[in-house]
Design a protein around this ligand. Structure first.
Ligand code: PLP
Length: 447
């Protein structure tokens, strides 16, 4: 992709004053002025509730296969889902450390506990591979949509899938999800890994027979090489993290499930009980898909914020300037180097940024140092272990209360904060090896 010329950068800085802070990698809070009431916004978007319902139904068709293949999903009958938890001790700690009273209720959505791959990628990534498997199965004549999909474990399917190749570029977790489910079905899988990817993720994939190709460059390069490899190849499917509507829809199914969980926990969401959701953002598909689903479920009663590392604020940059994927953080001299490997993306998805334009409330950026602190506090207060990326949503409520007063006032929310629900989307962590986690925790305690 072309680099944005120096002169244009100067003009951008003049037009968009927050860029000065962003370039200095200082924590930034941006309110999206293009947010619109959701009802009139929906018909203008390229995807709808019908598309989410289609994805949801497909995941139900595959549940018997998932249950058979992955016994850890037995209790949930093959549905890959995570619990929500109240975290009152962390809420207290967060308030004390930031010298602020946090009214309302703080919840954690524990995608770190998602079965099979232990991160939010177990939603979109697995869904896209299942959808491709269904297509191949139907085309081969081996599968019909009225059969029980547990038949996919049969050797005839493995033989058919082994003639197909799935390719993906990733900073780690997407590759992990695609590799594990792809190998379980019998596909050949190649994962192109950026420099950020942790060694244990590469080892785990190789142990499952997945081909891992490593790069010294960042995420964009890994995706580009993956796309190049898959293009024009017969029986080849490229999981395009930057543009895929399948990934996006796989993530979006989370929202209807969350609605049921909140209902079962007797937690109301309506005009008097606003729901604020804080989602860690890399290229955008995960948080975008979830937020899109949430707006469909809760309309204007839900307020979605994305969170990015101060060194990788690609979605903030793209949405704020309106340039989306036409600009990268490197164009501004920002290095895209962060401990939050799942969020180490320099150029956001243009597709996601445009869909989010009327739906997203805002984006803030967080320093690595703070991610480590939050990691240790969550461990100390609630005994929950997350990876650094997964903590980006954790300070969202503090940032909103301190820097989002304009947003709260404009939307008539100031008087409703005692009834508010703040939901931190914890996006990963359960597969991190103990020694690796211990070193994260150590940093959080000592820095
Ligand atoms: C991938 C990832 C995200 C963000 O998802 P994107 O689709 O890249 O925006 C957040 N947290 C973790 C742990 C991830 O692996």
């Amino acid at each position: 992709m072309q680099q944005v010329p120096e002169k244009m950068i100067l003009n951008l800085k003049r037009e968009f004053p927050l860029l000065e802070q962003l370039v200095k990698t200082e924590p930034t809070f941006w309110e999206n002025t293009k947010l619109r009431p959701s009802a009139p916004a929906f018909p203008l978007l390229p995807l709808s509730q019908k598309d989410i319902a289609d994805a949801s139904a497909r995941l139900k068709r595959f549940a018997p296969f998932i249950q058979q293949c992955f016994p850890m999903t037995d209790a949930a009958n093959g549905i890959i889902e995570s619990p929500i938890r109240q975290i009152p001790h962390f809420q207290g700690r967060l308030g004390r450390e930031n010298q602020i009273e946090i009214p309302g209720r703080l919840l954690l959505k524990c995608d770190n506990e998602l079965p099979i791959s232990g991160s939010i990628k177990a939603r979109g990534g697995i869904y896209e591979v299942l959808k491709y498997a269904e297509k191949v199965g139907l085309q081969s004549g081996l599968l019909t949509t009225d059969r029980c999909y547990s038949c996919l474990v049969e050797p005839a399917f493995k033989a058919e899938f082994s003639r197909h190749h799935i390719v993906v570029g990733s900073t780690g977790n997407l590759g992990l999800s695609i590799g594990i489910i792809g190998a379980a079905l019998g596909f050949n899988v190649t994962v192109h890994m950026s420099a950020d990817a942790r060694d244990w993720k590469k080892c785990l994939l190789r142990s499952k027979g997945v081909e891992v190709i490593e790069y010294e460059e960042d995420y964009s390069k890994a995706v580009e090489e993956g796309r190049k490899q898959a293009s024009g190849q017969k029986n080849s499917h490229f999981v395009d993290d930057e543009n895929s509507t399948d990934l996006f829809l796989g993530y979006s199914v989370a929202a209807e499930r969350l609605k049921t969980q909140l209902f079962q926990a007797n937690i109301k969401v309506d005009a008097e009980h606003p729901l604020f959701v804080y989602l860690p953002c890399g290229v955008g598909g995960g948080p975008g898909g979830v937020a899109f689903g949430l707006k469909q479920q809760f309309g204007d009663h839900v307020h979605c914020f994305f969170a990015e590392p101060t060194h990788s604020p690609c979605m903030l940059l793209g949405m704020y300037t309106g340039l989306h994927d036409q600009i990268s953080v490197q164009d501004l001299g920002i290095d895209n180097i962060t401990c939050a490997d799942g969020l180490a993306v320099g150029r956001a998805s243009g597709f996601v940024g445009k869909v989010m334009e009327p739906l997203l409330s805002g984006i803030y950026s967080v320093e690595d140092r703070e991610l480590y602190h939050l990691l240790a506090w969550l461990k100390d207060e609630e005994d929950i272990a997350l990876e650094p990326s997964a903590l980006a949503g954790a300070p969202g409520v503090v940032r909103l209360l301190k820097e989002g007063r304009g947003y709260l006032e404009k939307n008539g929310l100031q008087g409703k904060l005692n009834n508010a629900i703040h939901l931190i989307w914890a996006t990963g962590g359960s597969m991190v090896p103990d020694d690796e986690y211990a070193s994260y925790y150590h940093q959080g305690k000592n820095e």
